[in-house]
Every structure is written in C-alpha cells, then in structure tokens.
Design a protein around this ligand. Structure first.
Ligand SMILES: [Zn+2]
Length: 73
C-alpha cells in the first residue's frame, strides 16, 4: 500500500511529500501549483528526502514558499 503523495519533477525525482491521509488545504494548493509548473503528483511508498537537485525544482520550491507566506501574511 502506498501511503505517501508526492511531487515528482520532470527528472522523475520526488522532492516534496505528504502522508496521503493527512492531505490538507495547503498541500492541495501545493499540488495545483506544481502541476501548473509541469510536475506530476504521484503516489509512493516513501519520499527521498533531501530535495531534488535540479535547479528548476529548487527555484520552484522556493517560489512556492514565498507564495504561501504571501497568502498567510
Ligand atoms: Zn527536479
């Protein structure tokens, strides 16, 4: 059984994940954001923490954090 939902980039690396049963509004927003940037949402057993090493993803992740801060702030 796959218990994690994760974001997978174009290079097939997963770089953000959430336990599927704890999916919340912030995660849903994150999914929509990354899908719009060409990433996929996948179901996995576990996520390789440490982030994606490709530059594209690093900047995406950074931008999402800024977006969330703006919404919360
Ligand atoms: Zn990547």
């Amino acid at each position: 059984m796959k218990g994690m939902t994760a974001i997978q980039c174009k290079n097939r690396k997963t770089f953000a994940g959430s336990v599927t049963k704890y999916i919340d509004a912030e995660w849903k927003l994150q999914e929509a954001y990354y899908k719009a940037q060409g990433c996929k949402v996948v179901e996995v057993d576990s996520v390789a923490w440490g982030g994606c090493e490709c530059e594209h993803c690093e900047s995406l992740e950074h931008k999402f954090e800024e977006l969330i801060e703006e919404i919360k702030g």
